[in-house]
Structure formats: C-alpha cells, structure tokens
Design a protein around this ligand. Structure first.
Ligand SMILES: Cc1cc2nc3c(=O)[nH]c(=O)nc-3n(C[C@H](O)[C@H](O)[C@H](O)COP(=O)(O)OP(=O)(O)OC[C@H]3O[C@@H](n4cnc5c(N)ncnc54)[C@H](O)[C@@H]3O)c2cc1C
Ligand code: FES
Length: 275
C-alpha cells in the first residue's frame, strides 16, 4: 500500500475571486468554468482532496456550502473547475473578480501517489478535475497516462493542463455504441497496468466507477476510486454522505458499516467500498 502524503489541517478562510473563465461554449450556453481564487493559507494539499465552498452571493437562500475538487494550486492561487448543475453552481457562475468566497479545506484524503509505479488515471466527465493537480504534482509524470471519457465537447474540460504533462487519450460518448467502446478501452488499458503491477485511479460518475471497480476485481489490479456522494457539512458531522464499506475495510470496529465519504474518503481502495 502507498505511503500517505502529508497535507495541511483543514481550515476555514475567506478567499477573493481573481477570475472566472468559461470553457467550451459561448453566450447563454456557458456551463463549464475555471474559478481562480486567491491562495488559501494552507501549506499543501493532496490531489484528490476537495473544498467546501460558499460564495457570499449564496445569500440567505442557499444555506449549505458545495463540495468542489481542488483542480490545481500554485504559489499564488487555487483553481476550482465546475459544471453548472443547479442553484448553487449557477450562483457560482455569476461570481465576479473581487467577490468573496468562504472556503473550508483541504478536506478528505486524496489519491495515492507512488512515483515509480506505472499509474493509469481514468476520468469520466468532471472526474477530470483532481487529475489536473495530480499530474502537476507528480514527481515522475512519465510513469502516468490518462484515459478520459466525456459527453460534452472536449473544449469544455481542462484537458490542456493535463496534456502538457502526461499522454491523454479521450473518447467522446455521442451514441449508445460509444459507451461499449469506452468500456472496452478501459478494460484494455487496465489489463496493461495489471500486467505491470501498476496503479489505477478513477474519478467520475457512479456508473463509471462501478465499471472500473468490477474490472479492477476481475483483472486483480490495485485501484482507487473517488466518490462524489452529495454532501452538506463536508466534515463528517451530518451523516448525509455515507456509503457502505466491504469486509476489506481496514478500520477496526467499522467493518461492513456505513462511513462518511467526506472524511473517510472521498478516495477509497476499490475493494473496500460498495457503490
Ligand atoms: C468530493 C466532491 C468533489 C466534487 N468536485 C466537483 C468539481 O470539481 N466540479 C464540479 O463541477 N462538481 C464537483 N462535485 C459535484 C458538485 O458538488 C455538485 O455538482 C454541486 O454540489 C451541485 O450543487 P448545485 O446547488 O448546483 O446543484 P443542486 O441544486 O444541489 O442539484 C442539482 C443537480 O445536481 C445533482 N448533484 C448534486 N450534487 C451532486 C453530486 N455530488 N454528484 C452528482 N450529482 C450531484 C443533483 O442530484 C441534482 O440533479 C463534487 C462533489 C463531491 C462530493
Ligand atoms: S457531508 Fe456531512 S457527514 Fe459527510
């Protein structure tokens, strides 16, 4: 098993919006955005960790913060990347430079990083977000490659920031037959990494993760999955985000019980969590 990388204790802070850059579409169709915020006061984070974000413009009508993956951090800023889904993300899409945003983070555990192990990243749709930071932080990116399945136009996603560091193959799902093609390709690629005793890391919607989980068991390859259960508090208090662990869950007294995804995950070894 990989060594956990250290990261900072979670903290709450007020950050400033530096800019909000739309990706892909133009005009009223805009649904994908890179949100650049001033740098939080944490020393470091682990790719795969996330933040709970509550912009001032949520006002009194949106009470709960929303979880977003940390896309990338530099010495000067933190970038989140989001797709407009409902009321909260719509309000985020209306942010302007200079607006204030309350952020709690870094939260959760993050992905394993084993510099010398061949590592395959599998992303479905917005599951691409944590891998931007992952490939930037990886000390030996030549050991990493990525397969990306998506429904929207490729220009809607931050693929360039990944392509700069590691080879990325993408498959767009336009017609029903494309899904079978994606599953076939995932299986082939995971088989290659199983043969090399590699590591597979996956992030995306639950059906995508389920496919990867089943293949990981069949091919006997070490695999981690990042779950995106709905969250309210983000810190283990409300029990709104629980999933059931399997008999392989290593925490004593917690075998085959329910665990909070926000503070025990969101990243789990594929054989330790039920989807
Ligand atoms: C750990 C974690 C990391 C995440 N990272 C990102 C990210 O980097 N970028 C990004 O765009 N989104 C991310 N999400 C999903 C994001 O949090 C939700 O899309 C957002 O909270 C929706 O809020 P809303 O108010 O706009 O939508 P709501 O009005 O609350 O819901 C609108 C629709 O979105 C669906 N929805 C809400 N939450 C989720 C969820 N967690 N997963 C799937 N569907 C959901 C609802 O079922 C509903 O159909 C992440 C979620 C988690 C748990
Ligand atoms: S979101 Fe509250 S316990 Fe996980």
């Amino acid at each position: 098993m990989s060594q956990p990388l250290s990261s900072s204790q979670p903290a709450s802070c007020e950050l400033t919006v530096l800019d909000l850059v739309p990706f892909g579409q133009t005009g009223s169709e805009r649904r994908f955005f890179a949100l650049r915020l001033s740098r939080p006061p944490w020393e470091k984070y682990r790719p795969g960790q996330f933040v709970m974000i509550r912009p001032q413009n949520f006002g009194l009508d949106i009470l709960w913060a929303r979880p977003l993956g940390i896309c990338h951090m530099t010495a000067r800023h933190m970038i989140c990347f989001f797709q407009v889904r409902g009321k909260g993300t719509q309000r985020m899409a209306e942010l302007r430079p200079g607006d204030n945003v309350r952020v709690w983070g870094p939260l959760g555990n993050g992905f394993a990083m084993e510099p010398d192990t061949p590592t395959l990243l599998l992303a479905g749709g917005m599951g691409i977000v944590p891998f931007v930071g992952y490939v930037n932080e990886h000390p030996r990116p030549w050991n990493v490659s990525m397969l990306f399945g998506h429904r929207e136009n490729i220009r809607c996603y931050p693929v360039d920031s990944i392509n700069e560091h590691v080879p990325l193959d993408s498959l767009q799902e336009n017609e029903p037959g494309d899904l079978g093609n994606l599953v076939f390709t995932i299986k082939e690629r995971m088989g290659e990494y199983a043969a090399q005793k590699g590591l597979v890391l996956a992030c995306g919607p639950t059906p995508f993760l389920r496919t990867v989980q089943n293949l990981a068991a069949k091919l006997n390859v070490r695999c981690q999955l990042s779950l995106e259960n709905r969250m309210a508090c983000g810190v283990g208090a409300c029990l709104g985000c629980v999933s059931r662990t399997t008999e392989n869950w290593p925490v004593p007294g917690k075998r085959q019980g329910l665990v909070q995804i926000c503070n025990h995950g969101p990243v789990f070894w594929a054989d330790q969590i039920e989807l």
